[in-house]
Write a protein that binds this ligand. Structure first.
Ligand code: PNS
Length: 164
């Protein structure tokens, strides 16, 4: 059987435990999983691409068949260039479904040879998002258990640089 390479694309600003849970699940399903950070975000990110890549690399250091990469432009073009067969995305709750379905179908229209595979993170992460993590942290709330400890440290030095 041919090996299956899957791409898990996203902003990862920053990686959360929900992302990490999905990466672990994906790494057990596919021969290789490439987690790819979109470099040309429409929204202003908190972390630079380099910082996001470093956090992903550190958080996935123990996973043998996972690598970290970046991409720009159309996801389908990047996936073809990498010879990937699968795009991996997470669905946390019903609210994610409409956006994810639209993207998956559009990507299929652009490139029918690619399949989007959806996985659900553990229930305990269904309410975790990078956006909420940043918001909570910026207002002094605790994000313990929502992101890996290394991300918590990075959030500290990014958001409260004088306290480090
Ligand atoms: O983590 P996000 O921000 O929800 O990830 C969105 C992402 C990066 C998967 C999506 O914006 C994307 O694929 N962008 C690349 C440009 C592209 O191919 N757009 C058409 C998607 S149908």
């Amino acid at each position: 059987m041919t090996e299956i390479l899957a791409i898990y694309p996203g902003s990862f600003d920053p990686i959360t435990n929900g992302h990490l849970d999905l990466i672990e699940r994906g790494s057990q399903l596919f021969n290789h999983l490439t987690v790819s950070v979109l470099t040309n975000l429409e929204k202003e990110p908190l972390f630079t691409v380099q910082e996001r890549v470093e956090m992903l690399q550190q958080a996935t250091a123990g996973m043998r068949n996972v690598s970290i990469d970046t991409f720009s432009g159309l996801l389908v073009n990047y996936a073809l260039q990498k010879k990937a067969r699968v795009i991996l995305r997470g669905i946390r709750a019903f609210t994610d479904y409409e956006y994810e379905l639209q993207m998956a179908l559009m990507n299929r229209k652009l490139e029918p040879s690619l399949e989007t595979v959806f996985l659900m993170p553990a229930e305990s992460y269904t309410y975790v998002s990078s956006r909420l993590v940043k918001e909570i942290f910026q207002h002094g709330g605790s994000v313990k258990g929502l992101v890996p400890p290394l991300v918590e440290e990075r959030l500290h030095s990014k958001v409260f640089p004088k306290n480090v």
